[in-house]
Structure formats: C-alpha cells, structure tokens
Design a protein around this ligand. Structure first.
Ligand SMILES: [Zn+2]
Length: 546
C-alpha cells in the first residue's frame, strides 16, 4: 500500500507538526482556552497567534530531524513518548517537569506495572504507533544534503522574524498570560518532557559532583545521654500519599482512624505541610536538614541518618516501597517485599510486612536505635492493592488503576480504605512498642506522610504537581506521634505541652531538627527553632536508669 509518488520532506515535517499541534496537545488547548475565557476578539487573536507560533516552532524543530534514515525513526520515537505523556496528562491531570522525570526514574517495576492500563496501550497505539506506521510507509523525497541545509537555513531565517513580527503586538498579553499560567507550558508536548529531561539531566550531573558530602560531622550525644545505660528505640514511619484531610483524627467525616483515635497519649499534629508533592522530592528533603527553601536536590548527600549513626545511634531502614531516594545510602537496609512485581500482584507487599520480624530485630539491637519504616501507604492509582480485603470498609471500592472506569466516589472509597489499613499498621506498631516499654525499653514512634494526594478535585488526580500550583491536599499531610512512658521520662518529652502545640503550623522542615532534638544529638547543623520538642522539654523529672 505504498504511495507511488514520494512527498517532499518539508510537507512531511509540516504534517507531523500539525499532528502534534492538534492531536497531541488537546489538553493544552483545552486548558489554554479555559484560562483565557471569556473569549472576545482580542482573546481569539491571541489563540490564533499562539497556534501559528506553536505550529511554526514545531515545524522548525522537526525539520532538524528531516534527513534520510533519521527522520522516520526520530519522529516514531517522539510519537511513542508523546502519546504516553498525553495519556498521563489527560487521565491523571499531571504535568511533566523535571520532578516528574525524577519520579519516573525512581519508580520501581511494581509501581510502573500499576500504571500500565489498557487505556495507556490504546493511547500509545492510536496516537503513537499508528501515525508512526503511516509515516513509515510514506515515501519521502529529500534534497541533496547541502542543498537541503541551505533551504532550511533560508526558511528559518524567514520564519523566525515573521513570528516575532506577529507576536510583537501581543507581547504584553502573552507575557502576563504565560507568567500567570506557567503550568500550561508543562502540558505542552513535546516541549514539556524535552525541557524536563534536559533539566533533570543537568541536575543529576550537578548532584553527582556534590554527592556524599559530609554533613553534621561534629554530631555527638548531648549530656542527657551520659551515664545512661538503658537503650532507647525510636521508630520513624515515613508514610506514603496520605493526605491530612482524610484522617478522621483531623476531623474527616468517615472513620479512617478507628484504632489510632483510641490510643491514649497519641499526639496528632493537624497543620503539617510537606516539602514536596512527590516521594522523590519530599523524602530526601525531610532527611536533608536543609528545609524546603534550602533543599535543591541532594540524593546521595549525607543527612539525618548519617548524623544519627555518627552520634553512635544504630540505624536500620526497613523498606516496603523499593527505594529510599538516596537517604539510606550507607545505612543498613532491609527490603520487606516492596518493589517486587510478583509480590505486588499477590498483594504480599502490604505494609504489615514492615512489622514482621520487627520484635526480633529490636531484641538483637545494640545500644540506642532508630528504625525507619518506609510504607507503601496509599500509593496510587492502584489503591485497592494497598490493603487486604478485610480492610475494605468503604464500598464500592475502585478496583482499577484506570480511574475513568470508576466513579469518583469509588476512587475515594478505595483511597480511604488504604488509610484504614495504615491506621491498623500504626496502631499495631504502637502496641508492639508499648510492650517493649513494659519490658524495659523506652520507645517512640513518629509517623509523617511524604505528601498528599488529589482525588479528582478539579479533575486532578494523584500528586506531583509543582509545589506552587499544587492544591493543598497534595501538601497537607498527617503526622502522629507516640511516646512510651519510660521514653517520656528518660528523654524529657512533655506530652501535655506537645498536645497543646499540635495545631501550630509545622512542616517537613521540622522533622530533621526534631528527631535530633528528641534524641539529644548535638551538632552545628541542628536548629533548635525548628525542633518541635525544644520548648516541650525539661518539665518531666530526670528519670534515666530506674
Ligand atoms: Zn510519595
């Protein structure tokens, strides 16, 4: 079915550009026109000028690849990548920036498997594979190399000034509009993922250069520890995708915390905000000690856990997610099942695995210890895979990671079920820690989620929107703490005082300094102003070795 007469290469380029402009940028145009509305003559003109400019730039861009043996494979690759990107933009309302690329790079096979839906295949086949096939069958006539290069130079030299001329009268509108709606650029394919990949690549190279830089080298245990022989155990639980709004402890209408709400002495902080809107941002940031403002990208850099180790506290990272985003580098790590596709499918990567064998680990511990439990929590879109059937308290639950096949209420049901299960895992952990306290080991638990989640509000799902644009539900996270009686006494934790402060606004920035403060680790990188416990210490009697 091959055509007899070949088409000229510039016509092929223009057709490819038109396809990208129209078929692969539906979300951009919908949001663009939506943000401009109502459309009067001036707005319509702006739409047309934007379309012409976008089309011209796409044509110039694709013409760079318009050489024999290069054009077809290059465009095929662009079509496949873009069709997949378009699926995520349309289906989950995500935008594509360097953080999203980082998330993709940090995604394990199990999580990736959840995202593979029939609809994604349809997108890739319909918008990627088929157009690529059509292009492949099309005979294209190219000019001799040097002649072609000269032609392209002339066209570029003509088109660029022409576009500038068209844009000129609308510069003010365009600048103010795109400044106000910067997010639109991240919906524009293929510009969004190309620039994101470049930014990501540049940042990763920068990261390599500063990797493993020592931090808090002067760390040591403060006086509170001296002369004390009894060891302590602090469990830090890093939650996943739990949003504060859906915790009944924070006033949510459904009982998503049936067990935690009955635990005496549990302290629930109600106004906690995350450092990022995705794991790959939040987790390294909260362990970095640099705070949201100071943290850039520090995967592989030393952080909280290295400082604790330096102060003589033994650290163990228990992983149920397949990755610690670099913060557990050089720290004993144990994978309890996360990240394994088979276990995901069998539902065996449940968070209760984090507690399996934990008591034995504690018994074998030497000296003071911190154990980090990295949960799978409420990781979407396959919420229904995060809890056992017995925890399906809210029905009907969405049992599909392709959200368009579920009602909005079903998606919320399955999400809320993940929180009921998280509630159970945390309550069971506290039970275990309370038992340890009765056996003579002072214990503490601090749970905080890495970021929140959108559940379809304004058609946005999942998380990972750039911080400045992300809705509060992606940033407002739950944080609960529990301290055993012996630990409260031994480390001077005044829970009454904390209970009093639990509605104060705090953030992931406080995490690093609070853990150091709680455990009495002194270092110049510790900032008492960010230590939640700093003002709630000292009221209890010094009860160290009873
Ligand atoms: Zn996360």
């Amino acid at each position: 079915m091959q055509l007899k007469t070949p088409i000229r290469s510039e016509l092929a380029v223009v057709c490819v550009a038109a396809f990208f402009l129209a078929a692969l940028n539906v979300a951009f145009w919908r949001q663009f026109v939506g943000a401009l509305a109502p459309l009067d003559a001036h707005e319509w003109l702006f739409v047309i000028v934007t379309a012409v400019t976008f089309f011209a730039l796409l044509s110039l861009f694709f013409s760079v690849f318009a050489f024999p043996y290069l054009f077809k494979p290059a465009i095929a690759l662009f079509l496949l990548l873009t069709s997949a990107a378009v699926y995520f933009i349309n289906e989950y309302g995500v935008v594509i920036d360097s953080e999203m690329i980082r998330n993709i790079m940090h995604t394990n096979t199990g999580e990736a498997y959840d995202l593979l839906t029939g609809k994604l295949v349809l997108y890739v086949v319909g918008l990627g594979l088929l157009p690529a096939l059509v292009l492949w069958l099309l005979p294209i006539a190219y000019r001799p190399f040097w002649q072609d290069l000269w032609f392209k130079t002339k066209v570029t030299a003509l088109v660029l000034p022409l576009i500038s001329l068209i844009i000129l009268p609308l510069t003010g509108t365009a600048m103010s509009f795109f400044r106000e709606n910067r997010i639109l650029v991240r919906v524009m394919t293929p510009l969004n993922y190309l620039s994101a990949m470049i930014t990501y690549g540049r940042r990763s190279m920068g990261e390599g250069a500063i990797a493993a830089k020592p931090y808090g080298e002067d760390a040591h245990k403060a006086a509170v520890w001296t002369g004390r022989e009894k060891k302590t155990l602090t469990v830090l639980v890093i939650g996943e995708t739990a949003r504060a709004q859906n915790f009944s402890l924070n006033g949510y209408g459904r009982e998503t915390n049936p067990l935690l709400s009955r635990i005496p002495g549990l302290i629930n902080f109600t106004q906690v905000h995350s450092c990022g809107t995705a794991t790959a941002q939040s987790v390294p940031c909260m362990f970095s000690g640099r705070g949201r403002a100071g943290y850039r990208s520090g995967a592989g850099q030393e952080g909280l856990l290295h400082i604790l180790q330096r102060a003589g506290i033994s650290v163990l990272w228990r992983e149920n997610q397949g990755g610690c985003a670099g913060v557990c580098k050089g720290v004993p790590t144990e994978n309890v099942g996360g990240g394994n596709r088979k276990l995901f499918e069998l539902g065996e990567s449940l968070d209760e695995n984090l507690l399996t064998g934990l008591a034995e680990k504690i018994d074998g511990m030497q000296g003071d210890a911190v154990i980090v439990l990295h949960m799978m929590g409420s990781h979407g879109p396959a919420y229904y895979k995060r809890y056992p059937e017995a925890f399906e308290r809210f029905r009907p639950a969405c049992k599909d990671s392709q959200f368009s096949r579920c009602e909005g209420s079903e998606i919320v049901n399955s999400y809320d079920n993940t929180l009921v299960y998280t509630d159970y895992v945390l309550a069971k952990l506290i039970e275990l820690l309370a038992l340890q306290d009765r056996r003579g080991l002072p214990t503490a638990m601090i749970y905080v989620s890495d970021h929140g989640e959108s559940l379809g509000e304004n058609n946005v799902y999942l998380h990972g929107l750039p911080y400045a644009f992300a809705p509060d539900v992606q940033k407002h996270v739950p944080m609960v703490m529990w301290f055993s009686p012996k630990l409260q006494a031994g480390l001077h934790v005044n829970t009454g005082c904390l209970e009093h402060r639990r509605h104060e606004p705090v953030s992931h920035d406080n995490f690093f300094h609070s853990v150091l403060g709680l455990l009495g680790v002194q270092t110049t990188v510790y900032d008492a102003r960010l230590d939640i416990f700093a003002s709630c210490r000292g009221a209890s009697p010094m009860l160290i070795d009873d």
